[in-house]
Ligand binder design. Sequence first.
Ligand code: ATP
Ligand code: MG
Length: 353
Amino acid sequence: MKQIILTGDRPTGRLHVGHYVGSLKERVKLQNSGRYDEIYIMIADAQALTDNAEHPEKVRQNIMQVALDYLACGLDPEKSTLFIQSMIPELTELTFYYMNLVTVSRVQRNPTVKAEIQMRNFEASIPVGFFCYPISQAADITAFQATAVPVGEDQMPMIEQCREIVHKFNSVYGETLTEPQIVLPEKASCLRLPGIDGKAKMSKSLGNCIYLSDESEDIKKKVMSMFTDPNHLRVEDPGQVEGNPVFIYLDAFCRPEYFEEFLPEYSGLDELKAHYQRGGLGDVKVKRFLNNVLQAELQPIRERRKMWEQRLPEVYEILREGSKAAKEKASQTLHDVRHAMKIDYFENDNLLK
Ligand code: ATP
Ligand code: MG
């Protein structure tokens, strides 16, 4: 069986370090592993419109921003097909058929949808399109016959929902769709990176992000103002590392060589954590170290991004070509789906029989 990846991001803002450790870094690794036959990376503008219907300009402007972030992180258009969701109308048609295979109460039980409805204050007035986005996401994944979907932990319920739709479709209409596997980051700290404000998730919609495109000075300001253990008031106080964003970021980003380079008096992260827990290690020192680590990780990304910013017409062409290739792939699946559902009326003379 062909090994195929489909994943993507909503163009609701520039991408941040949570996206990087939660999904982008893994994608680039998989892309370069040579283990995949096809890789599709989608800018999910139609999904972004489900909760931004009144802000189409915001979605439109962020398409190029997300594309720049992709290229900056090392996604390579020679190896990965980068495309824009709404340019593939086949996805909408698949969604329409899949909607019949899912109940309202099933979507209502989805914990991510529940949390997002609350976060957006949609309780009293949920847009139908937003409510249905897990179904449309199943259409995106299956249209490309994806076998692997590298995403952050918040996407687990979506992949589960997709697998249910695949089972249901295949059992009603015959084997047609491929069941995807979720690919999560290995490190626990990367599953759901918290915001710099200590909130559970760094999210474009919450404004608590360090962006991949942030300038060096902004990164430093954000790191130095980060939320830490609120009970660690004086340097000599014992501090807590669990749930402390500064240490979670270090878990996510730190490599052993950074200690040698920036903090040689410690052998590694375990020793630094132990000192913090014992007391006697100030937040400022840890934050300075984290700042050095983030600067080292993000500088090459920012520089590649600046290089691509000078080549916007080329980026536009990459998206145009990618969307064309993605449309071909999705239309093949739609063809198979219509055939399985026996609604391919003019492909044969079944209607006459
Ligand atoms: P929005 O607030 O508009 O939903 P978002 O910041 O949640 O934006 P998405 O485009 O919904 O970003 O998510 C893109 C991908 O990044 C998904 O695979 C998601 O799991 C992952 N992701 C998003 N935020 C984080 C995070 N804080 N930690 C780890 N992974 C994340
Ligand atoms: Mg999201």
